[in-house]
Design a protein around this ligand. Structure first.
Ligand code: SAM
Ligand code: SF4
Length: 337
């Protein structure tokens, strides 16, 4: 294997150029979704290990100079971060060689109506809101919190704000929400949003993933095709979701088939955990620790080298469906979804 180069785009050994950095702002959350976190006994990251605003912005500046054009804020729940508006404002002010960077967020929506105007003013461009069910009891069982109304309010606020594309994410689960897939799509269309279904991945902190409970891409498409005519949208590029128009458009629906049809060959994403670890894949077993650089006397050139090492170490794919697959030690909330 060749050594990571200096300067130029963040290309890995397979030629994939990295443009997207997912920044996890916290591992804490206002919900406890069964597929992500245990109900109790989660081991939280130590507070002093969480990157500060200045540390995040420093990494982001170096990443943008190296060709990252989109920062997606995630977690845990990014809106639990008290300085969330400042995070968005400072990141949105960063210029990459290709122009201003884009700031997007993935959120469960709780607290969103209160802060959305300030976030948009600070430069937030896109938001994805997670909603797995429209049924209040199911929502409470699935997230272990009775907060469906808050999420519905968030979706209404995001829809009214005009931020587009507005995307709604649901993890499809057998016996939980697989009877609601078409209803979720209809709900998204009513809100000018694109529904996206995600195949459940083995990323729950409780290590309870069971392949047979996962609803596959094929099943999702089959269930939707019973109500609508779906036509594939060409030109997916590096996007994780495969999309279809609904009854000829303009509405579309997406499926993120990370397990049965992984899109690793086109992956352009890197991740920064809330405690300063760079990861080149959700499923990687290696982390690249920025903390000694950020908290001792490391230079921006050291941060850049670490980014390039991380990209250089990226494997061809994650092989979730392979019997030899090993689930990462961290749960989804601590990696950053
Ligand atoms: N708390 C925010 C939220 O729920 O949108 C952001 C973080 S969450 C980890 C990001 C996304 O990951 C959500 O859409 C969630 O549904 C998805 N997710 C979490 N655990 C998952 C799993 N085991 N398989 C597939 N998707 C998962
Ligand atoms: Fe929280 Fe998002 Fe994980 Fe649900 S999926 S527990 S909302 S971090």
């Amino acid at each position: 294997m060749t050594a990571p180069g200096e300067g130029g785009p963040l290309a890995d050994t397979f030629g994939r150029v990295h443009r997207d950095l997912r920044i996890s702002l916290t591992d804490r959350c206002s919900l406890r979704c069964t597929y992500c976190m245990p109900e109790q006994g989660n081991e939280w990251l130590a507070r002093q290990s969480i990157l500060t605003l200045d540390e995040i912005v420093r990494v982001a500046r170096v990443a943008a100079a190296a060709g990252i054009t989109t920062f997606r804020l995630t977690g845990g729940e990014p809106l639990l971060r008290r300085d969330i508006v400042d995070v968005v404002r400072e990141l949105a002010a960063i210029e990459s060689p290709d122009g201003p960077v884009q700031i997007a967020m993935t959120t469960n929506g709780i607290r969103l109506p209160d802060v959305l105007p300030a976030l948009i003013d600070a430069g937030l461009k896109r938001v994805n809101i997670s909603i797995d069910t429209l049924d209040r009891e199911k929502f409470a069982a699935l997230t272990r919190r009775d907060r469906l109304d808050d999420v519905l309010e968030a979706i209404a606020a995001a829809s009214a704000s005009g931020l587009r594309p507005l995307k709604l994410n649901a993890v499809a689960m057998r016996g939980v929400n697989d009877d609601e897939l078409a209803d979720l799509v209809a709900f998204a269309m009513e809100h000018g949003a694109q529904m996206r279904f995600i195949e459940q991945m083995p990323l729950d902190a409780g290590h309870t993933w069971d392949r047979s409970a996962m609803v596959t891409r094929e099943e999702i498409v089959g269930a939707l095709a019973a109500r609508w005519t779906l036509t594939p949208v060409p030109g997916r590029g590096g996007a994780p979701a495969e999309r279809w128009t609904i009854d000829g458009g303009p509405h579309t629906v997406g499926v993120i088939a990370s397990v049965t049809a992984p899109f690793c060959g086109d992956c352009d994403r890197l991740r920064l955990t809330a405690d300063g670890q760079l990861r080149n894949c959700l499923f990687s077993e290696t982390e690249y620790d920025l903390v000694p650089i950020l908290r001792a006397d490391g230079t921006d050139a050291d941060v850049d080298r670490m980014l390039r090492s991380c990209v250089h170490g990226k494997l061809a794919g994650h092989a979730i469906d392979d019997p030899s697959f090993l689930q990462p030690a961290r749960g989804m909330n601590a990696i950053g979804g």
